[in-house]
Design a protein around this ligand. Structure first.
Ligand code: G6P
Length: 490
């Protein structure tokens, strides 16, 4: 907040993302509020609470419309309003083409190398373009000045930066791509690769989680576009407009809001043991994510199977609790994953379980942040085995939840978070045997070693928290704005 006042006086901040931070649903108990399972929302919401401004997003709850004023706006969070939320209403056809189709059957598998074939359909692309244009309209409507700072979020809006640049040439557009950017050969599959890159290069700054993804973007631009690339300074000039390509590793708020009011870890453990009817001395491993094929859920369950086969002493003791929030279930790849996970867990439970003990517990429903934190605090180990992931904030949340400095994080080397959390047990999720060995190692790790690793990771997340992520982007934006004004004035 202070940074905005000092470095960006009179700035107007608009955030635009597909997913909204608060979903209002109509239920038997009246209107209830849901916090969506989204790394993007988890990261940006505290920033908006601190900075204020307007967040523009797709209205997705069954009672969203009932909460807004005549301009489709509502002040949030409801308990302590800090910023405005403006909803854009999409028709079913727009949703199908833009969100399910182009964004989630095209760009999502394209950018995550998870071996799900990307599907590109002409009609999805048309909806994607149309919906990007509709969000551009909302931004222009919401902007009170001709030079707002617009923070464009994620792969749903690759065309938006260019559209904003055309309509508000003085705007500072900071775009953040929350998912990986693949190498040029892979990205080249997309029939509209030139339009996507061109759209993104309407940004003033384009951010990725890691240097590696920035380099992939530079390489793709070099391969497909006629532009000037300055690798030393990390910038691309296309038709006279320069875009900075920067890495900003995203993070979480510190301390996380969901930690407030949590019971001590021993009580969290007792609550989880009682909830799932576990043996009192159970060794608890947990996994928390959206039910997404990029998260490596099947690979993790297979590792538990392998571990129990090789170390039968753990039978009756080790429990793996998977909190999986259904997501994008309308798409075949997602419903197939859910079915396959349920089938495989059943098979493993039948093979190794007995006497009222099942090694795999699936909790398939939405989980609110305070529940997730209770689970983290109850766990001996948390397993994040993404096949590919931009950052992965579950890993950082687990670390933040353990103020007792206990618990072991097992983390995929293919998640951006592994660059920062190197004291985790780093695994290759494709290698079942070594994943099983890592789980075993986690369960045997002496308390002193757990503490040492956890301390280092907690320091890292505390220092490189999400306020710092936002501050770095905004400071870069402020510098470029000042420079531009000097140039225009002279
Ligand atoms: C990832 C994406 C976000 C998205 C989230 C949840 O983290 O980068 O943009 O919000 O998944 O997915 P959903 O489709 O439910 O918004």
């Amino acid at each position: 907040h202070r940074l905005l006042d000092e470095e960006l006086p009179d700035a107007e901040v608009l955030v635009v993302s597909n997913r909204e931070p608060y979903i209002h649903n109509r239920t038997d108990a009246g209107i209830t509020l849901q916090t969506p399972a989204s790394g993007l929302v988890a990261a940006l919401e505290p920033v908006m609470r601190a900075c204020g401004g307007t967040w523009i997003a797709h209205g997705s709850g069954s009672a969203d419309r009932e909460t807004v004023d005549a301009h489709d706006r509502v002040r949030v969070p409801p308990a302590d309003p800090a910023y405005a939320l403006r909803r854009v209403w999409l028709s079913e056809a727009e949703q199908d083409g833009y969100y399910y189709g182009f964004a989630n059957e095209g760009l999502w598998p394209l950018c995550h190398i998870a071996f799900v074939r990307p599907t590109f359909r002409e009609q999805d692309w048309q909806q994607y373009q149309a919906v990007n244009a509709r969000f551009a309209d909302s931004i222009v409507e919401e902007a009170g000045r001709d030079d707002p700072i617009v923070l464009v979020q994620d792969y749903h809006f690759a065309l938006l930066p260019r559209m904003i640049r055309e309509r508000l040439p003085r705007a500072t557009v900071v775009t953040f791509w929350h998912i990986p950017w693949p190498n040029a050969e892979t990205f080249g599959i997309c029939p509209w690769r030139d339009e996507i890159i061109d759209g993104l290069l309407g940004s003033t700054i384009l951010g990725f989680h890691t240097r590696f993804h920035c380099n992939n973007f530079l390489e793709a631009t070099d391969r497909f576009m006629e532009s000037r690339i300055d690798r030393e300074h990390g910038s691309i000039t296309l038709r006279g407009h320069e875009t900075m390509i920067r890495s900003y590793p995203i993070s979480i708020e510190w301390p996380p809001a969901a930690l407030a009011g949590q019971a001590p870890p021993a009580q969290c453990r007792a609550a989880v043991v009682a909830r799932y009817g576990l043996p009192a001395d159970a060794r608890i491993a947990v996994g928390v994510e959206r039910f997404d094929y990029t998260k490596g859920i099947l690979d993790r369950v297979a590792a538990i199977d392998d571990l129990l086969t090789r170390n039968p002493d753990l039978k009756g003791k080790l429990v793996y609790i998977q909190a999986a929030s259904p997501t994008r279930s309308k798409l075949g790849a997602y419903s197939a994953l859910q079915d396959e996970t349920v089938r495989l867990a059943g098979e493993i439970n039948a093979r190794h379980g007995g006497d009222g003990w099942s090694p795999i517990v699936l909790s398939i429903r939405h989980h609110e942040p305070h529940e997730v934190f209770e689970l983290f605090r109850a766990a001996d180990t948390c397993i994040v085995s993404s096949l590919h992931d931009g950052m992965n904030l579950v890993a950082k949340e687990f670390v933040a939840s353990r103020d007792d400095e206990h618990g072991v994080l097992i983390l995929s080397g293919f998640a951006g978070a592994s660059r920062e959390l190197s004291e985790a047990l780093i695994v290759n999720p494709y290698d079942t045997r070594s994943m099983a060995a890592a789980i075993e190692r986690a369960l045997c790790m002496p308390a002193a070693e757990q503490r040492e690793r956890m301390r280092l990771m907690r320091d890292q997340v505390r220092q490189r928290n999400v306020y710092r992520w936002a501050a770095q982007m905004l400071l870069d934006a402020a510098r470029l704005r000042k420079r531009e004004r000097i140039v225009t004035a002279s």
